[in-house]
Design a protein around this ligand. Structure first.
Ligand code: BES
Ligand code: MN
Ligand code: ZN
Length: 495
């Protein structure tokens, strides 16, 4: 889909679909929507009067133009209440509108710039939200379908603006959305792929491909290296699988950067739970347990292309978590990369094991900040639902900047506490730590466990409860959402 900004009047556009908008409760639309309504002899206001359309967020109304405008159909999308308008709502409305256009097989679409200036959102951010919402709304994972597939028919999407002054800002916003949208799409594609495709070595091959394409460095380590170099926790989880593990390290070096940020992603390509086996219902879907790794790869790919002024190290511990003759047993004890001993009282708490070795490795590299993203606990989803992820951190400004970067691309995160007293739950009778604490406070326990390995390096941990959705939402089809990709990338690009 080619997205651009064009100067002109909405009513002059020649295309299949023209997207305009309406705030909830407005009976007499003004601006671009008003002009379109007049050209259609009040067809939109007519529908509002009949209460067929009230402007609820994401609701759409399709109006045929019957030759009164040079477009085939007008799509009016609801923006919800004017008072609580924000970036994410622009994205949601744009996503719903593009899906509607897709439904009637439009190939060329023009859109108004939804709500520029409202709620203090400038034209650049507004255009970024429209374009990103459009890219995400049009996304679908169809690679493995051979029948009844309808690929996205939309080839051109234009944001139409009358004033020439705003055009540069709009183009700039579109560019930024394309970078983010491309990265989020990469994550979605990878996390939606089944686990017989996305194996640890597949992740490594994609990392090497990114390195070749962008010039970032990449080192891939195998089982022998992991075992010989003391990554005892990653090695322990990997023991149960004949599919070979990988430890992936990528590096982007900027000229004149002031700091180095490590981004670490959980790369469990399938999580059976190990001998603390998951039940059928909970195991299904565990191909997405590498969503953190996918987000890190996607962010690194974009960093390699966009070249921000910050050094970035990407680390991905990747393995399956399986049962089998060589798999670890509950109660086994292993030595971590930083030397602490860990009793694995629950083999299903494998994410924190592999991440702890990775963050300890980052610490040894001497990075300035560590950000990890992981589908770490089911409990985070119970607490926050699928619309947002949990975020923890040892430094307020790091956490706040990540939350801000998330807000700017529609990814919601809610900060949860690293409550020290719960460390008690991670005490083992036989080793320095055990990997699973009580059910109560399970999200916090997981974060505290990883936090035991970061030392005093500023650290943030994202527990990805929003990595996938079980039903279609405004911004994502059922499956991967790509969450954390935009947050991490936006944060790095803003350095
Ligand atoms: N990958 C899961 C977490 C998960 C479960 C994410 C469901 C999304 C949906 C993780 O490895 C896991 O199994 N965590 C356990 C930890 C527990 C044993 C302390 C959990 O949350 O049940
Ligand atoms: Mn698990
Ligand atoms: Zn897991």
């Amino acid at each position: 889909m080619n997205i651009s900004a064009i100067q002109g009047s909405l009513t002059d556009q020649v295309c299949d679909a023209l997207i305009v908008n309406l705030f909830e409760g407005v009976t007499q639309p003004g601006g671009g929507t008003g002009a379109v309504d007049r050209a259609l002899d009040g067809a939109i206001t007519g529908m509002i009067k009949d209460e067929e359309f009230e402007g609820h967020l994401g609701d759409t109304l399709v109006v045929p133009t019957c030759g009164k405008l040079p477009v085939r159909k007008v799509v009016v999308v609801g923006l919800g209440k004017r008072e609580d308008f924000d970036i994410r709502k622009i994205m949601r409305a744009s996503a719903k509108a593009i899906r509607k256009c897709r439904d009637f097989k439009a190939t060329t679409v023009c859109s108004i710039l939804h709500g520029a200036g409202i709620g203090g959102i400038d034209p650049r951010d507004c255009a970024k939200a429209v374009a990103l919402g459009t890219i995400l709304g049009a996304y679908e994972y169809i690679r493995l379908k051979t029948e009844n597939v309808k690929p996205n028919p939309i080839s051109a999407f234009n944001i139409v603006e009358m004033s020439g002054e705003k055009l540069d800002s709009i183009s700039c916003g579109i560019h930024s959305a394309q970078v983010l949208g491309d990265a989020i799409t990469f994550t979605r594609d990878m996390a939606n792929e089944p686990s017989n495709v996305v194996t640890p070595s597949y992740l490594a091959e994609r990392a090497e491909e990114i390195a070749r394409e962008t010039g970032v460095e990449c080192a891939v380590r195998d089982r022998a290296w992991i075992e010989q170099n003391g990554m005892g926790l990653l090695a322990a989880v990997a023991r149960g699988s004949v599919v070979e593990p990988r430890f992936i390290e990528m590096r982007y070096t900027a000229t004149g950067a002031k700091k180095t940020v490590a981004i670490v992603g959980k790369g469990i390509t399938f999580d059976t739970g190990g001998y603390s086996l998951k039940s059928t219902d909970y195991m299904y879907g565990m191909k997405d347990d590498m969503s953190g790794a996918a987000a890190v790869l996607a962010a690194m790919r974009a960093v390699g292309r966009e070249k921000p002024n910050v050094n970035v190290v990407a680390l991905i511990p990747a393995t399956e978590n399986m049962i089998g003759p060589t798999a670890i047993h509950p109660g086994d004890v292993f030595k971590s990369y930083d030397g602490k001993t860990v009793e694995v009282n629950n083999t299903d708490a494998e994410g924190r094991l592999i991440l702890s070795d990775a963050v300890a490795y980052a610490r040894k590299l001497g990075v300035d900040e560590i950000i990890d993203a992981a589908t770490l606990t089911g409990a985070c989803g119970i607490a926050l639902g699928r619309d947002m992820s949990g975020i923890f951190g040892t430094r307020d400004d790091l956490v706040e900047n990540l939350i801000k970067a998330g807000k700017e691309c529609g990814e919601l995160m809610w900060r949860l506490p690293l409550y020290e007293d719960y460390r008690e739950f991670l005490k083992s009778d036989v080793a320095d730590l055990k990997n699973a604490g009580s059910r109560e406070g399970a999200v916090i326990n997981g974060a505290l466990f990883i936090g035991s390995f970061v030392g005093d390096i500023p650290w943030a941990h994202i527990d990805l409860s929003s990595a996938t959705v079980d039903n279609d939402t405004d911004l994502a089809k059922k499956g991967s959402t790509g969450a954390a990709t935009g947050t991490i990338l936006g944060y790095l690009l803003s350095q």
